[in-house]
Design a binder for this molecule. Sequence first.
Ligand SMILES: Nc1nc2c(c(=O)[nH]1)N[C@H]1C(S)=C(S)[C@@H](COP(=O)(O)OP(=O)(O)OC[C@H]3O[C@@H](n4cnc5c(=O)[nH]c(N)nc54)[C@H](O)[C@@H]3O)O[C@H]1N2
Ligand SMILES: Nc1nc2c(c(=O)[nH]1)N[C@H]1C(S)=C(S)[C@@H](COP(=O)(O)OP(=O)(O)OC[C@H]3O[C@@H](n4cnc5c(=O)[nH]c(N)nc54)[C@H](O)[C@@H]3O)O[C@H]1N2
Ligand SMILES: [Mo]
Length: 745
Amino acid sequence: MKRMKSGGGWKAIAYTLRMAHRVGWLRLWRAMRSKNACKTCALGMGGQAGGMRNEAGHWPEVCKKSLQAMVADMQKGLQPEFFQRFSIAELSSLSPRELEWCGRLTKPLYAGPNDTHYRVLDWDEAFDGIALPLRDRPPDQNFFYASGRSSNEAGFLLQLFARLYGTNYVNNCSYYCHQASGVGLNRSLGTGTATVTLEDVETTDLFVLIGGNPASNHPRMMRSLMNVRRRGGHVVVVNPVKEIGLVNFSVPSDWRSLLFGSKIASFYIQPHIGGDIALLTGTAKVVLERNAIDEPFLREATEGFDAYRAQVLGTSWDEIERGSGVDRATIVKFAEMYLRAPSAVFGWTMGITHHEHGVANVRSIVNLALLRGMVGRPRAGLLPIRGHSNVQGIGSMGVAPALKQKILDNLEEYLHVKLPQRPGLDTMACMKAAERGEVRSALCLGGNLYGSNPDAAFARRALAKLERIAYLSTTLNTGHVRGRARETWILPVRARDEETQPTTQESMFNFVRYSDGGPSRFDGPRGEVEIIAALAGRALGEKSPVNWRELSSHCHLRQTIAQIVPGFEKLADLDRTRAEFHIGGRVFHTPRFATPSGKAQFAPHAIPQLAGSDRQLRLMTVRSEGQFNTVVYEEEDIYRGQDRRNVVLMNPLDIERLGLRVEQRVRISSVAGSMSGIVVRAFDIRAGNALMYFPEANALVPTTTDPDSQTPSFKCVLIEVEPEDAATGKESQAATGRIPMKMAR
Ligand SMILES: Nc1nc2c(c(=O)[nH]1)N[C@H]1C(S)=C(S)[C@@H](COP(=O)(O)OP(=O)(O)OC[C@H]3O[C@@H](n4cnc5c(=O)[nH]c(N)nc54)[C@H](O)[C@@H]3O)O[C@H]1N2
Ligand SMILES: Nc1nc2c(c(=O)[nH]1)N[C@H]1C(S)=C(S)[C@@H](COP(=O)(O)OP(=O)(O)OC[C@H]3O[C@@H](n4cnc5c(=O)[nH]c(N)nc54)[C@H](O)[C@@H]3O)O[C@H]1N2
Ligand SMILES: [Mo]
């Protein structure tokens, strides 16, 4: 498959036309124009200003991913006959893509220990089956998980349910995502989210993009980066892989960009996987050696500078070059660009957080920004580029193992109850407790814990040990068939734009969007809030201090949240004003921070020693252009020019050094497992490193986590690559579906 010369552009437009054809032009147009926050990434498009509009009001903002998500939600509903016809074993042989395109879930489903097929239940049976056994269980034998696509209202209710039930075993997908950003930013600045607005990003002089591929994963951010360049600013990309869309991107909604393409990266630096701390230390060393620091800012607004300076100056260039894989001249050039920039924003994604030193990575970025006073003023600051469209809101609502003290106090006062004090568990800790048999049941609001977990064999084992698991989902995924407990329930939910009552979401810029909902597309699925309220009412019965029926009104929920969650006060009037808003206290335009002393905290970090021998490569597991997390929409990755997913992308030097050939089948192994039938492909990636696609490659990722954020090291797995005997080479990954898709519907 040929690689594109530019990301976005006509390919994206042609795709839009194909998708429109699939579900009908008018239907798709109406759906995309509806007043609902976009379902995919957390840039926060749409909402009250109308679909396809960003929070700065720009229109039209559309990306392939939002179309894919929309078209998937608009596909036909699955009929009960489907589950009579196809066994769970047959469904297990389907790839993530095939499962996604089977159709929308419309009826509650159940499979017990001896069932070969899912059975359709009515709602009451399902609610009783899931909720009543909870009454007899110690609360800490259950956990509650949320992905990041559900509403604030559903998230708030889920955690309220868990806490009134009596457990803090509540967490969300951020533990596999941006948790390191939250922890790192909190320790450095006392805040866990972006310090900047969208306008800051668009008007900054230098945008440093570290460890992310927004061309593919946050396409609408590319307009902002294009704008930075058009204003004469610079974009520096730090990424082991040369991602074509970060070199050149055609913004489909801008004719000039569409026709001629827009240069994105002014400078592209390719460190080793895990080499960012070394690179950032080197950059800071240049800033310090040239005494180009903002002294008044450092004196008045920060603490810990001396120790940090000593650590950086004490690190040798040899260590820096070896640790980063980048030569001194390149680092000096980057530092000089930083020194010349009157303002700078640092943005990062999973290349920074998916490491055992994820928090140290994040704090190293903050350190570098602080040196020149690039936090706490307009047009400068820090931006964790979030994943799921409402993952930030789900966290704000308290779907986390520990509630913020203020929320806890408010809740206790409001409800006149004592909430559980026993410490909660993060996602990996819940999975491990499940494997040990200490946790016995789980309730999952969206997501796919099987597909998103490291070490797929472990994930399957842990989930299979559970007595009960209930999934609230829109479509079938691998978790439903490979991540089953002894008893499994699947409850079909409405998508955001099918909700009968409005919902709210929070963008990565701390902007709260109001989504109208819309007409339901199927008979069957129910609203998430309605389902959670029904389960909570049954599980808690008489002793519940709240009226769950009352709480199934979203408007009532918003009023409750407004009283409980600081910063969300404006939710109380939102149904009347419809005025979307920025959450108070999150944007930092003055150099006073939310730490106890009001000062930002420097944190010295030594360069991590990454293990590995000459025979091993460091593997990152990443997304392709055609997927959204564990949901694969297309097998190909057009940006990286790959026609299939069971590939390992390597530097040509490594291919030669290891005695391999391009297109050769290999077996890849790590401490966690192995995969065979993988095809070797050459790619522009720093030598010593390799790339494979998630979720398939989770067979190789061990469950080791960053001790500070409990985030798995999805981006730094030591692997060995061995040629496979052609005769025994089996295709393990390109799961060939046995159910023709037409029949499946
Ligand atoms: N199309 C699409 N959009 C999505 C998603 C999706 O699956 N598909 N998922 C959503 C979610 S939940 C998230 S969290 C985001 C994820 O967005 P990204 O973080 O952009 O996604 P990844 O594919 O994990 O890619 C990480 C990037 O980091 C680079 N990288 C890997 N290791 C390192 C390292 O050690 N250092 C540096 N500097 N770079 C490194 C990789 O080369 C890759 O370009 O996207 C969101 N948007
Ligand atoms: N190896 C490796 N593993 C990773 C990553 C990686 O880069 N590499 N990335 C990690 C990251 S960043 C993340 S965020 C996690 C993602 O982990 P999760 O959030 O657990 O998984 P998703 O694939 O996003 O969940 C998709 C499912 O959500 C359901 N769904 C979709 N829309 C809705 C809705 O509106 N409501 C409800 N209730 N359900 C809905 C659908 O059934 C769909 O199958 O994976 C992590 N795992
Ligand atoms: Mo994520």
